[in-house]
Design a protein around this ligand. Structure first.
Ligand code: UD1
Ligand code: CA
Length: 456
């Protein structure tokens, strides 16, 4: 079965009060339209057509990577008019799935049900029962329960307004039938729009059965019209992510205070996550990883038995097994730590490798460096990797001991098992095994007297 998915995304979204087109607003750091696209992409043999309008050029530019056809709806004359814009792309043999670009959480399961319900003799429609149905199109049924038509809020009689089963707008239908019906829609209604919903009554008149199904949760079919609804769907999405993590065996100290704005390439056993942790991009977490409060982990690989203490930022980095990071540490892109490495508070590491068992425990900047195994870097050490124009590398060989408050002026190499005296400024390579220091000699002045405050 070839499916063509039409994503209606031309609406203005005035109530967002935003310079950004509505469908570019994000849930879990992914645009609303991207969510809809990603879900429909899971259907086999599916061609995606996006109907765009208001601010559409920006939508197209921002999401230019999507494997979809873009069709412009210059004026927003209604959902039926939106579908008409794609008429030349719809073939009679296609199965057409209609989705909304501002309804991000629809599940694949709900789509599968719709696609299973559509045949030459039946149209599939997703409906939902709402406590307060105001604003939605109502599903009008016969006494025996067959769907007759959809009436929009503004066209509904008082009797019809009491109906609490509403149209979600999401449906599936055969291309041949849709083309026929859509060409006959007119705008003789309260809003003088071309209503896609008119096809329901046309279908019934043609002897087509309307097969309705319901989503597992109402949140699946909620659209975003304002910031409040956007934040509601963000929380719904995050709650589902947290549930998934717990099902996979992750301990969350508070499932309401962890946010996943991405995915996991893999998750080990017995991971524990404290509050206010944010995961972004694609992360890998090994067995027994412990993550402290207020930590952000982005696109990183964290191996088994790593402990990340509170308030760390780990960005595009690799942390080897058994390492301990933080509190208050920052690993920047291309920081690659081997096993049993210790990184302490106020340490920043960028584009550097640190081999097994090395320790950088306090207040240091390590950039563009290659650090061997069992190296100890004292507090306040800085690799001076930038001369204002170019970057240069620092190499520190196995077993070296760097005294506190040392500046290593790159390019420079510290030898194997070398010791650098505290407070040194190292500008030349230092030999293996020896003590190197650049301190001036300490002197004491016996006759020195403290200055005395002058009389005014
Ligand atoms: C529509 C349905 C209504 C249903 C409701 C569910 C019609 C006539 N009514 O209402 O029965 O209960 O959705 O939310 O279909 N769009 C375009 N071009 C347009 C108009 C809309 O692309 O000219 C897009 C919007 O961007 C949005 C979707 O279609 O994604 C629905 O439009 P919206 O105005 O929110 O729906 P309603 O017409 O209020
Ligand atoms: Ca709407």
């Amino acid at each position: 079965m070839t499916v063509k998915t039409l994503i209606l995304a031309a609406g203005q979204g005035t109530r967002m009060r935003s310079a950004l087109p509505k469908v570019l607003h994000k849930v879990a750091n992914r645009s609303l339209l991207q969510h809809v696209y990603d879900t429909s992409k899971q259907i086999d043999e599916n061609d995606i057509i996006i109907i765009y309008g208001h601010g559409g050029e920006l939508v197209k530019q921002t999401l230019s990577e999507l494997d979809a056809q873009w069709v412009e709806q210059k004026e927003q004359l209604g959902t039926g008019h939106a579908v008409l814009q794609a008429d030349s792309l719809i073939e009679k043999k296609d199965t057409i799935l209609i989705l909304y670009g501002d309804v991000p959480l629809l599940s694949k399961q709900s789509i599968d049900t719709l696609l299973a319900n559509v045949t030459q003799q039946s149209l599939a429609l997703l409906t939902v029962k709402l406590g307060s149905p105001t604003g939605y199109g109502r599903i009008v049924r016969t006494h025996s329960g067959d769907v007759l038509k959809i009436v929009e809020q503004k066209d509904a009689t008082e009797q019809e307004q009491l109906i609490n089963e509403v149209n979600t707008g999401i449906l599936a239908v055969k291309g041949e039938q849709l083309k026929n019906w859509v060409s006959r829609i007119d705008n003789s209604n309260a809003q003088q729009e071309l209503y896609l919903t008119d096809v329901i009554e046309m279908a019934v008149n043609d002897g087509i059965v309307i097969k309705t199904s319901q989503p597992e949760s109402i949140d699946e079919v909620l659209g975003v019209n304002n910031r409040k609804q956007l934040s509601h769907l963000e929380r719904v999405y995050q709650a589902a992510q947290a549930d998934k993590l717990m099902e996979l065996g992750v301990t969350l100290l508070d499932p309401a205070r962890v946010d996943c704005r991405g995915s996991f390439a893999s998750l080990g056993q017995d991971i524990s996550v404290d509050i206010n942790v944010i995961f972004e991009g694609e992360n890998t977490l090994g067995n027994n990883v412990k993550i402290g409060a207020n930590t952000i982990i982005n696109n990183s690989v964290i191996a088994d038995n790593v402990e990340i203490l509170a308030n760390c930022i780990i960005d595009n980095a690799v942390v080897g097994a058994g390492s301990r990071i933080g509190p208050f540490a920052r690993l920047r892109p291309q920081a690659e730590l081997s096993e049993q490495v210790h990184i302490g508070n106020f340490v920043e590491i960028k584009k550097s490798t640190v081999a097994k068992g090395s320790k950088i425990n306090h207040l240091s900047y390590i950039g563009d460096a290659t650090i061997g195994s069992q190296v100890n870097i004292g507090a306040g050490t800085i690799t001076c990797n930038y001369d204002g124009v170019n970057k240069a590398r620092t190499v520190i060989k196995d077993g070296a001991f760097i005294g506190s408050d040392t500046q290593l002026i790159a390019p420079v190499t510290v030898g194997k098992n070398a010791t650098i005296g505290a407070g040194s400024t190292i500008t030349k390579n230092t030999p293996d095994e020896q003590l190197t220091l650049t301190r001036s000699k300490q002197i004491s002045i016996q006759s020195w007297q403290r200055p005395v405050k002058k009389e005014q």
